[in-house]
Design a protein around this ligand. Structure first.
Ligand SMILES: [Cu+2]
Length: 197
């Protein structure tokens, strides 16, 4: 890209940035990079309780605490179905790959009294967290989790160390104001001089 020599040319893209502001320009920024949301999931016979009901989309770390006396697991299923209304297999476990529900992550074999953590990349949508050890889902080990679309704000803009964009348009505005003032003064003086004649 060639560098425009005249400051006025530079002002054009800078002004466009200001107009877009926190809107589309900011939305284009990848916001979830480096940000991990942690969800603690407490499991026991027979209940499953996440520490939050919703998380921002992106990297989500599930820390599964087995507070029970038998082994449990965590399966993250993307589905619009309610936590208690999932499609079952013949053995009463939850079907993990159907058009209505799909497992997108799993923390397996969490021993009693232990904590096991796994991280998944979650797209916005509705999810059900469950334990799919035979009988455990039916006994009550399921809970819903909503993954919300991320919206970036001005504070999320990366610090590039560059000067802020408004500099040129501000010069332009100040220049325009001075020019306008000059013209008004000339008109005023011109009127006076013609009136004096
Ligand atoms: Cu279980």
């Amino acid at each position: 890209m060639s560098i425009p020599r005249h400051p006025a040319l530079l002002a054009l893209p800078a002004a466009a940035l200001i107009v877009l502001g926190a809107g589309s320009a900011a939305l284009a920024q990848p916001t979830s990079q480096g940000d991990t949301t942690t969800v603690q999931v407490a499991e026991q016979e027979f209940a499953l309780k996440p520490s939050v009901i919703s998380v921002p989309a992106g990297t989500v770390s599930f820390s599964v605490m087995n507070q029970g006396k038998v082994e449990h697991e965590l399966v993250v299923v993307k589905t619009d179905l309610p936590p208690t209304g999932l499609v079952l297999e013949e053995d009463n476990t939850v079907a993990e790959d159907t058009p209505q529900q799909k497992a997108v992550g799993e923390v397996e074999e969490v021993a009693p009294g232990s904590v096991k953590t796994s991280t998944f990349d979650l797209a916005p949508g509705r999810y059900v967290l469950l334990c799919n050890i035979p009988g455990h889902y039916k006994a009550g080990m399921a809970a819903s989790l909503e993954v919300l679309p991320t919206v970036s704000g001005p504070t999320r803009l990366p610090n590039t160390g560059e000067a802020p964009a408004p500099a040129y348009p501000l010069y332009g505005a100040a220049g325009g104001a001075l020019l306008g003032l000059g013209l008004a003064l000339r008109r005023l003086l011109g009127r006076r001089t013609s009136a004096e004649r």
